[in-house]
Design a protein around this ligand. Structure first.
Ligand code: IMP
Length: 187
């Protein structure tokens, strides 16, 4: 497959280096035992796999799902979350792993849900944050990179299910889609 030349926003080397730093920070903050990791699928899968592999003991992560974007690049403002029915957190400290915090609504809804499931605390580890887009003021404990208001893809992040496999973070440009000149690409 020929990859469209979307502009690189964060190189793979920079991402991997920063994920190492975040794993070290999480380990230092939880010296006796790793926290419970809960990762938001599908976007945060790649980040969570790299992050958890670098935390001592390589703890697993629990997968949860959240949807607010449909197939486009603009949030519709509603968040639907899916958490395993039998998830019990039994007073554990939880690290919620996100790919990107945009409006903050997903983190807000999931934090409430994880606390309702018994989490002692919920701290957020996100690869990216777009502060300019924030609607809800959610505390972010571990942030990989702050980026401007730009829709990004790669390292697990998608637009309509595509480009997750890009090994770096790139800016999505609809006009760079193959065939964009003669057909509408993504709404
Ligand atoms: P929030 O609820 O508005 O903070 O949105 C968080 C979710 O929206 C993320 O977990 C992503 O799934 C998605 N999202 C927000 N911005 C982007 C982006 O630039 N690229 C890909 N997904 C994004």
């Amino acid at each position: 497959m020929i990859r469209p030349a979307f502009p690189v926003v964060i190189t793979r080397d920079d991402i991997l280096c920063r994920v190492h730093e975040l794993a070290r920070a999480i380990a230092a903050d939880h010296p006796s035992a790793p926290p419970r990791f809960v990762a938001v699928m599908e976007g945060a899968r790649v980040f969570a796999e790299h992050l958890c592999a670098l935390v001592p003991g390589s703890p697993p992560f629990t997968e949860v799902r959240a949807r607010s974007y449909g197939n486009g690049t603009v949030s519709n403002g509603r968040v639907r979350v899916e958490v395993p029915r039998d998830l019990r957190l039994d007073g554990a400290p939880v690290v919620l792993v996100e790919d990107i915090v945009d409006t903050g609504r997903t983190v807000e809804v999931l934090t409430a849900e994880l606390k309702a499931r018994g989490a002692h605390s919920v701290e957020v580890a996100t690869l990216l944050s777009k502060p300019a887009r924030r609607v809800v003021d959610v505390p972010l404990r571990y942030v990989g990179f702050e980026i401007p208001d730009e829709f990004v893809i790669g390292f697990g992040m998608d637009v309509a299910g595509r480009y997750r496999e890009l090994p770096y973070v790139a800016a999505y440009r609809r006009e760079l889609e193959p065939g964009a000149a003669d057909a509408g690409a993504v709404e």
